[in-house]
Design a protein around this ligand. Structure first.
Ligand code: ZN
Ligand code: ZN
Length: 278
């Protein structure tokens, strides 16, 4: 006979008692495993593996499934939002339960609520409704880059968006290596600028973006800049690019996310300068 821990792991870390009983595990065995701390009893009839991530456990305690940015983060997708409250999908008429440390945000979207964590497709649709187009676009491109969406899933996401936002799916591609690149590309597109992405320039290397043929834009999405050697490489690249007639602008996370007007002003001024020179 299988033990409850093994079955729970195979079911994704969370299951109803009835599901577990379907695998031949009777109630006394479940109670015994819960008392021994080998499995957790989230509420009557709902059990979880002790290895279930805390965010997913909180969502289950709250009465639903983890969705939006928390779910995307759990799937390894880039998200713009800081890790704050858990967003929990409880269904159209679901019930939200107060639990220890509850700071959850309940979502009452329609549809069948899974146990645990929603899939990438559902989390993206919810994220659009919850946080809007930029957050959605950055996470969508991250999911595409990581190969986490099939073509049919992408089309379902597109159909689930309001008509005015569907172009975001058409505009998205798999090239962006960080959400910052996605944000920058989207915002510059909205300014009417055409960007070439991931451009290989002989003698320089690969640039994140080239605008107007002569402006290189690099975004640094790394959380920990790996110090002097990285900085030296950047300086060597910038010098090589300058010798070839390129101007380089570099921006980091804080600038793109928290100080966009300064980023935009720097890019537009550089483009104006380059236009004057040519
Ligand atoms: Zn809660
Ligand atoms: Zn949400």
């Amino acid at each position: 006979m299988f033990d409850p821990e093994t079955i729970l792991e195979r079911l994704g870390g969370i299951a109803h008692g009835a599901q577990l009983q379907g695998f031949g595990i009777d109630r006394p065995t479940l109670s015994k495993a819960a008392r021994a701390g080998r499995i957790d009893r989230i509420r009557p009839g709902l059990f979880a593996s002790p290895h279930l991530p805390d965010t997913v456990r909180h969502a289950a305690s709250h009465g639903g499934a983890l969705t939006c940015s928390g779910a995307l983060r759990a799937h390894g997708i880039w998200v713009l939002a800081d890790e704050g409250q858990a967003h929990v999908w409880v269904g159209r008429r679901g019930r939200a339960y107060e639990h220890e440390g509850c700071r959850c945000h309940s979502h009452y979207f329609r549809g069948p609520v899974p146990l645990g964590c929603v899939n990438v497709e559902t989390a993206l649709v919810h994220l659009f409704q919850c946080e809007g187009d930029e957050s959605f676009f950055a996470s969508l491109e991250s999911a595409l880059h990581l190969g986490r969406l099939t073509r049919p899933a992408l089309l379902r996401i597109r159909a689930a968006l309001p008509a005015y936002a569907r172009w975001l799916v058409d505009f998205a591609d798999a090239s962006a290596e960080s959400g910052l690149e996605s944000l920058l590309r989207l915002r510059l597109h909205l300014l009417g600028l055409v960007l070439a992405t991931q451009v290989t320039i002989s003698g320089v290397g690969r640039a994140d973006f080239v605008v107007g043929g002569r402006l290189i834009i690099e975004v640094d999405g790394r959380q920990n800049h790996d110090g002097q050697s990285r900085r030296h490489k950047d300086l060597v690249r910038d010098a090589a690019a300058s010798a070839l007639g390129y101007e380089t602008l570099r921006f980091d996370y804080a600038q793109v996310v928290h100080d966009w007007p300064a980023v935009q002003a720097a890019i537009l001024a550089a483009l104006a300068r380059l236009a004057e020179l040519s």
